[in-house]
Write a protein that binds this ligand. Structure first.
Ligand SMILES: O=C(O)CCC(=O)C(=O)O
Ligand SMILES: [Fe+2]
Length: 195
């Protein structure tokens, strides 16, 4: 018998280790101290969400998950062999292939906001499941559960006269409230926070 809680706990420990390394690398890539993003509490909350997509009898008439970008600072996603995940690139949908053992790392809206568009949040969707078996995915979002009153805006060290802030300051509480009230949609919720 599988103890699913035990497996999830072990998996989340691995995700946290990987997440820490990625936040360090992203900080360095931005020319900041390697602990910069961690010290901004980007890793403070980790929300694990498991999706179950049953086989769909009419897959051309619906979606598994409609187009959206994630609220998070970062999302680490595990998908199975069924496929259906796509991301938007220059106006076209591109399939994300299933690579055994590989995780998908996706910057979220809050990373785009604090990096002033240096790391863009990728729009994605999941097609309705046209196979005979269910599709399962596990998404780990670096996002803080509400209420979280810390104020975030573009990181000051990344700004200059040539690169002024593109977003106004906000809190995760305000952003999540707006995102949830609006629902998933074709336009990024970030546009609402543009200066
Ligand atoms: O099921 C998937 O592969 C992706 C789900 C997703 O985009 C999300 O949970 O934000
Ligand atoms: Fe997503």
């Amino acid at each position: 018998m599988f103890d699913f809680r035990e497996i999830l706990l072990e998996y989340s420990k691995g995700v946290m280790k990987l997440g820490e390394l990625i936040f360090e690398l992203l900080s360095e890539a931005l020319g900041l101290d390697r602990n910069h993003l961690k010290e901004m509490d980007c890793m403070k909350g980790l929300l694990m969400l498991s999706h179950y997509y049953p086989p769909c009898p009419e897959p051309d008439r619906t979606f598994g998950t409609s187009q959206h970008s994630d609220i998070s600072f970062l999302t680490i996603l595990l998908q199975d062999h069924i496929g259906g995940l796509q991301f938007l690139q220059n106006g076209s949908w591109v399939d994300v292939p299933h690579v055994p053992g590989a995780l998908i790392v996706n910057p979220g809206d809050f990373l785009q906001l604090i990096t002033n568009d240096k790391f863009a949040s990728v729009e994605h969707r999941v097609l309705a499941n046209r196979s005979q078996e269910p599709r399962i995915s596990v998404a780990a979002f670096y996002v803080y559960p509400l209420p979280f009153a810390r104020v975030y805006g573009p990181i000051k060290e990344l700004l200059s006269e040539q690169n002024p802030p593109k977003y106004r300051e906000t809190t995760m509480t305000e952003y999540i409230k707006f995102y949830m009230a609006r629902g998933l949609g074709e336009k990024s919720a970030l546009l609402q926070f543009k200066i």
